[in-house]
Design a protein around this ligand. Sequence first.
Ligand code: NAD
Ligand code: ZN
Ligand code: ZN
Length: 350
Amino acid sequence: MKALVYDGPSSISWREVPDPSILAPTDAIVRIETTTICGTDLHILKGDVPTVEAGRILGHEGVGIVTEIGAAVAGIAVGDQVIISCISACGTCGYCLDGMYSHCLADEGSSGIGWILGHLIDGTQAEYVRVPFAGTSLHRVPEGVTAEDAAMISDILPTGHEIGVRYGAVEPGDVVAVIGAGPVGLAAMTTAALYGPSRVIAVDIDANRVEQAKRFGASDGVLSSDADWKDQVLALTDGLGVDVAIEAVGVPATWDMCLAIVRPGGHVANVGVHGKPVSFPLETAWIQNLTITTGLVNTDTSRMLIKLLAQGRLAVNGFISHHFALDDILSAYDTFGRAAETKALKVILT
Ligand code: NAD
Ligand code: ZN
Ligand code: ZN
């Protein structure tokens, strides 16, 4: 089959590799119909994620058709159209029972950071993918949901929801600021709406992204390149500061921005993957009674989000900006990597 292989920092190729096969009775093989590129793939490509080794097939989002299942797979059959979770987990170990799928103890190589597709095991930017623990990690696409919308459940919707909104403990009436209106930040805005905030403020350096955030539930937008961006945010909170600041970029500047706008007693939920260290002013967090959270997505809320998606209760229309054929994936990486110019949001490969 053909696959997108990471050859080391700044180097990827689309080339012929061996077809995946069932290695454990809990595995399934899925023929990819739709896959995408995530901001994290760009971090990997830059060399920011050293645990990804050369030779790895990238990609952790996708929808496809099950072509083969191991003898112990329950609930999924050959021919099913399924969403592939970005994290594959056994569902039965001590961490999985607590919903901490990203720390599944049954991971290959026992790295302690779970079976992230396109990271420690081969991923979805390929014609076929092997999915371990298919019974937990594959979800049937509900009737009436397109494969493209369903692919937003693999990673970005649970990430924005679990690490941004739930860790940030968004409550009815809260003023929520989301720094970074990329796919993950927009997913946080879409899912924050489920909890009844009074305002959702989208903050981004890119005017196009601030504008499109309104389609995903943002009530207000602030350009972070404006000299008075902080005053603009505070003015939307009666000068108090936001109840919840969600960091969805992954650079030191945006982490500092969250700390600058959160109110005493508020929450800062870091979602971005930080390739560079940030400063952590513990004294500020202490004197302001802040709650600071961060983490890797678990996908333990995916089934709930799929139900809401099928009911039309999640604003997902507009995530997809570009379509490419799977074997044109190098052009898709180029377009996605130049998002400020190309206005790419989610690029879809079929
Ligand atoms: P993206 O690159 O598409 O979007 C980032 C947004 O941040 C862009 O709109 C960009 O204009 C904006 N931005 C950049 N610098 C800024 C600044 N100084 N001020 C304000 N805005 C700025 O990325 P994405 O796909 O939306 O992902 C966001 C982050 O989430 C990434 O770091 C990604 O790796 C991470 N992520 C984390 C998890 C997790 O499990 N925690 C899962 C998936 C993705
Ligand atoms: Zn991702
Ligand atoms: Zn487990």
